[in-house]
Design a protein around this ligand. Structure first.
Ligand code: HT7
Ligand code: ZN
Length: 844
């Protein structure tokens, strides 16, 4: 397969005025009859008529009613067509039951369901399957199943059939069809424009009653998008369907969102606070796509960040408004550093807007999504909230109904605010995380920050130009009083200095407040300065960051130099944990030590390659030290934080539970797990149940509780995913591979279900010391499963292959072992395009 390049974009030869589809559903012989009105595109450079089509059996085709015999190959068909508007008709046969790739039309537990983004529609019928071809769709579904759904509004229905019409022109990737035995949790929403919208969340009958939170989240999202972005919903119905077999989290098909059931189904007994949080966030994300993605879509797949970066940014704003903004920002940055910085530092690094790809499914990445959102956050900081609102209003006005580009997006900001964004655009084209080194001096009441930025080379990009970095800075007096409130410095040069005058004493700088740019800040900071920031910074992000840096440095010294846990750090953390004026959720985050993977990356940047087991052991020792040092605090926190009343997933109670469970996990290190066992036995919600089980597994206990858990939840597949994931990811390093192998032999290990596969194989890759076991057994087991999964479901297998992206930071023995596995995968006959591209990039 050949890569495609952004620079080679050409407009489509033909545009589509309308699409009529009839589906006669059958597990192995579904008939799809299409009737498509084409017209020549005046803007096209050539007139070749090409329709994408893969794995289709073409039964007949006609143009304007006259039978034609197109030339077909594995990618599609060509045909001689009139140089004027014409109607194309075709009938194809497909076999949804045999579709294990979960792309196109497939079956999950007896239900028909589609997934077309990015290029799945071509597995349903012949079509110009590219996002810049937009058309209204009419769909007729024929099936005996009781619930038949497609995009848009219902037109008519009878026994064994239903018709839908979507008046909003859309690209084929937003097409959706669902047919099954489903029940709805329903509600209604009246938009600010007076449209009454029927809302339905469809689930399997056995899951009835578990969609209330999803519905509530949907209603809150609809309200928020009206209030904050002025965007109202535009159809009479909004349907969401929960599906068990799904490659990703959810899909924003117009009027018919399809979700991985783990992001819809929740009850206090079966879902954790994190699950509730994710449901709210993802429901919002997919809903927000209705405007940022559907009404305005992407011209081509290189522009993916146009919809994904913006929609992630919008869902983060929503979560910040609905919950705690400070906690949300910290959680987002933890995730960004863990996934995107890691990606940027390895062989898979790519720009937010990639310039080439072989398989677009491989580019639904943390860089496109999360860094894409950070870039928008920087833009908003640079132009200010009012400038941002003005630009967004212009974006919706100018590009509604269009397939747009990043150039269009930036032009809107330039036109709305008068700002030149030529240099800013580098954030879209340059890969890699900029390193920002900071030194300072103080003389005669003037404090000067000296900044230097440098972005390391990434694949295909050896040299980087300076980027625009909005740097939010505040200054604190040595006693902790804020003497300069947050100011945004705009760094544009490779080296630049900024002075603050009129100061009485050398201040303590609080730099990169709110994590105002996705960079790595490098600055020699004394423990004393960090302690001041941890105790007094008014910026909650930097207050948390001060604690994280202290923890990171303590861990670094323990790993690298065999140092003992630092007492001053333990005291500083104790002060935060004890501070009842702080949000419990914030305190819980402050107590979370940097992860093993993060430590490996940090030490690698410092030129060290410690074994993963050394990192694991040091981190465990620091946790033990923290447990012992604060032994009187933990029971006090535990006793004082019990939530009064029945379970509520709201931020306040979730924060209390998070801090209480952090206390419990430290107590387990002191009492052999006695309190955790009691907590497990008394738990009346899944957050407490999983929290107690985690505390036990972390100290090598919990066998009995695991068994009890499995007995209790054997029939609940989402809860059982947790059971599978937890024991692999928390296994002692020396047992992790065996635990994973053993679980792959478990009767309930249905590996073709992506959630179950990710629970076990993904669980192993998350157990850093286990996966990177010096024997190479972890690498071997994962590679074996990648190969097996690739033959069934390339998308899910290829995503999992990113587990190998960190190879450069390991010793030469481990590097050789990883390379051997990548070679083994690369030479496998019949490897998918997805996996072929991933291993080629990983090995480069
Ligand atoms: N836009 C969607 C991305 C997507 C996807 C979803 C489910 C299965 C396969 C998929 N491929 C791409 C999800 C989103 O970002 O909202
Ligand atoms: Zn999205």
């Amino acid at each position: 397969p050949q890569p495609v390049f952004l620079r080679d974009y050409t407009p489509p030869a033909y545009l589509v005025d309308s699409v009529d589809l009839t589906f006669r559903l059958h597990p192995t012989k579904t008939r799809v009859i299409s009737r498509i009105a084409f017209r020549p595109n005046p803007a096209a450079q050539d007139r070749r008529f090409f329709l994408h089509g893969e794995e289709l059996t073409l039964l007949r085709a006609a143009i304007d009613g006259t039978k034609v015999t197109p030339q077909t190959d594995t990618e599609g068909l060509t045909c001689t067509v009139p140089d004027a508007p014409f109607t194309w008709e075709a009938e194809v046969e497909i076999a949804p039951e045999e579709n294990t790739a979960l792309e196109g039309l497939y079956m999950s537990n007896g239900m028909y369901c589609s997934q077309c983004e990015a290029e799945g529609f071509r597995k349903i019928t012949y079509y110009p399957d590219r996002p810049d071809v937009m058309a209204p769709f009419t769909v007729r579904i024929e099936s005996d199943l009781p619930v038949l759904l497609s995009n848009g509004n219902p037109v008519a229905q009878g026994t064994g059939w239903a018709e839908w019409h979507d008046p909003w022109p859309k690209p084929a990737y937003l097409f959706a069809l669902v047919a099954g035995d489903l029940v709805a949790t329903s509600g209604a929403f009246t938009t600010c424009e007076g449209r009454k919208v029927d809302l339905n969340i469809w689930v399997r009958p056995a899951d009835h009653g578990k969609a209330d939170y999803a519905l509530d989240s949907l209603i809150r999202s609809m309200k928020w998008d009206e209030q904050v972005y002025g965007r109202a919903y535009d159809l009479d119905v909004f349907n969401i369907v929960a599906v068990d077999d799904f490659n990703m989290g959810a899909m924003e098909n117009k009027g018919l969102n399809i979700f991985n059931s783990r992001y819809v189904l929740a009850s206090p007994q079966t879902a954790t606070d994190r699950d509730y949080d994710n449901i709210e966030r993802i429901i919002a994300h997919e809903y927000f796509h209705n405007w940022t993605g559907n009404r305005i879509t992407c011209r081509d797949w290189f522009q993916l960040c146009l919809k994904e970066g913006l929609t992630v940014f919008r869902d983060s704003q929503f979560s910040a408004d609905e919950r705690s903004a400070a906690v949300k920002r910290i959680e987002d940055v933890i995730a960004l550093r863990a996934r995107q910085f890691r990606e940027d530092a390895g062989p898979l690094a790519h720009p937010v807007r990639p310039e080439s790809f072989t398989e677009i499914n491989n580019f639904y990445t943390a860089t496109v999504y999360e860094k894409g959102a950070e870039v928008i956050g920087m833009l908003r900081r640079l132009v200010g909230p009012a400038g941002y609102d003005k630009a967004l209003a212009l974006y919706f006005e100018r590009h509604d109904g269009q397939a747009a580009t990043i150039e269009d997006w930036l032009k809107v900001f330039e036109d709305a605010t008068g700002r030149d964004l030529t240099q800013f655009k580098r954030w879209y084209s340059q890969a890699g995380t900029p390193r920002l080194s900071v030194t300072d001096d103080f003389a005669d009441g003037t404090y000067t920050l000296h900044l230097r930025q440098e972005t390391p080379p990434t694949p295909g990009q050896p040299d980087k130009a300076p980027q625009v970095i909005p740097l939010a800075v505040g200054l604190l007096a040595p006693n902790g009083d804020e003497v300069v409130p947050t100011t945004v410095l705009e760094m544009t040069e490779a080296e630049q200095s900024f002075a603050f005058t009129g100061l009485d004493a050398r201040p303590v700088p609080s730099i990169l407040r709110g994590f105002s740019a996705p960079v790595v800040l490098e600055r020699e900071t004394s423990a004393q300065e960090r302690a001041v920031l941890l105790a007094h910074d008014t910026d909650p992000f930097n207050k948390w960051e001060a604690g994280r840096l202290l923890a990171r440095d303590v861990l670094t010294a323990m790993i690298r130099d065999g140092a003992a846990p630092d007492g001053a750090f333990l005291d500083a953390l104790a002060a935060v944990a004890r501070d009842a004026t702080l949000d419990p959720a914030f305190r819980a985050l402050a107590l979370r030590l940097p992860g093993e993977d993060q430590m490996a990356e940090h030490l690698h940047a410092l030129g060290h390659t410690p074994g993963p087991l050394t990192i694991h052991t040091a981190r465990e020792a620091l946790k033990d030290a923290l447990a012992g040092h604060l032994q009187t605090l933990w029971p006090a926190l535990y006793d004082g934080l019990a939530c009064p009343g029945p379970y509520s997933p709201g931020a306040a109670d979730a924060g209390r539970r998070a801090l209480r469970l952090a206390a419990l996990s430290h107590m387990a290190r002191l009492d052999g797990g006695a309190q955790a066992r009691a907590h497990f036995a008394a738990a009346d919600n899944m957050t407490d149940e999983i929290g107690a089980l985690t505390a036990l597994l972390e100290i090598g206990a919990g066998t009995e509780e695991l068994d009890r858990f499995a007995t209790r939840w054997a029939e609940d597949r989402l809860v059982m995913d947790k059971w599978f994931a937890l024991q692999v990811s928390l296994a002692a390093p020396e047992n992790a591979v065996d635990t994973a192998r053993c679980l792959t032999e478990h009767a309930a290990f249905n590996w073709k279900n992506p959630n179950r596969f990710r629970a076990v194989i993904g669980g192993l890759t998350m157990n850093a010391a286990g996966f990177h076991d010096a024997s190479g057994a972890g690498y071997r087991l994962v590679a074996d499963w990648l190969l097996r999964m690739d033959a069934a479901n390339p998308q899910t297998a290829a995503r999992m292959s990113t587990a190998f992206e960190t190879w450069p930071r390991y010793d030469s023995e481990r590097q050789a072992l990883i390379r051997a596995e990548l070679d083994r995968i690369a030479t496998q006959a019949g490897l998918s395009r997805d996996m072929g591209e991933m291993v080629a990039r990983l090995r480069a």
